[in-house]
Ligand binder design. Sequence first.
Ligand code: ADP
Ligand code: MG
Length: 343
Amino acid sequence: MRTAVIPERRVLLPTQVTRAQLHGLGSSLTMVTAEGATMGTYWALKALVPDQDGRARCTHCVQAAFDHVVRQMSGWSATSDLTRFNQAPAGTWHSLPADFFRVLQRACELAEDSQGAYDPTVGEVVDLLGFGPRGPDVTLDEPALHNARRRVGWKALRLDPENQRAFQAGGVCVDLSSIAKGYAVDLAADALMAAGVDNFLLEIGGEVRARGCKPDGQPWWCWVERPPAGPDVEALPETVVGLCDGALATSGSYRRYRDARGRRWSHLIDPRTGESLSDDLVSVSVFAPSCMDADGYATVLYVLGVEEGFRWATARNVAALFVFRSAKGLAERGTPAWNAMGE
Ligand code: ADP
Ligand code: MG
């Protein structure tokens, strides 16, 4: 006989949320929803607008912001600024558009701060493992992987902030997939706010950012992503975060992986060894003011792992939840900043 497991539900509220943010908005605003595709996944929006035309305006703002990020930062587009930079001759400087430069600069800061656990130059390794533009039908080519691993290293990426230029040392393959989705959500959020939309919930494939509240004055309730179903997963508490102004992102080895040669290869790479990670850490979720930071931190912390990642996040007051396999099944561990949201 099967016994149903009723998971505990934890409700978290970011400590920054104030009563003033949660007020009934009356009936002058209508909730509209919109969705579409971008960056190999879906996007979804809920927004409060004054009239039904608002839906088309919101869709336009959001899609334009996402297309802009793809044009600059996609490794899948042959004509993006990122692809052009990756294919440029050795020893050349390149002027980059403002948003690309900003995201690359943040990626380099995360690389420095994590001492290379996070590294935006993992592109070629990611691609050779079948998670990049060449698609999933790759035969693992060890000599090519060996060479690609030797070329990983953000220190070869020199940035010139004054002139917004970056140096291509030769064969440096930049990959911003770990933060570009978060940045795109931030950019679209800015566009919505500039258009007068102050209450919305926007996501690209699970990287979420919210602003304001729902029509009844409740925060936007977001379920923290859980790994795919399984008996031990069902026993995990459900966690719901009430977002009013802030972002939530998750990195997990279950999100994209392939099984080959008797083992699991996930899309998350340890740049220090060039190896694909698929250990006992299942996922890391992060709450942060911006979606770029939530997205970037989630990747950093996944690579650092439960022990080191917990220390790293705690030292920087990052709100993070680690889900990992222990001897007793799946377990969770929140940093002090994460747990403070439940107090
Ligand atoms: P998802 O794309 O599922 O949201 P992440 O935000 O964690 O997940 O980004 C994972 C992507 O980041 C990988 O597909 C790869 O392109 C890139 N990546 C993998 N490992 C690293 C790393 N150590 N540092 C920076 N980028 C990475
Ligand atoms: Mg990420």
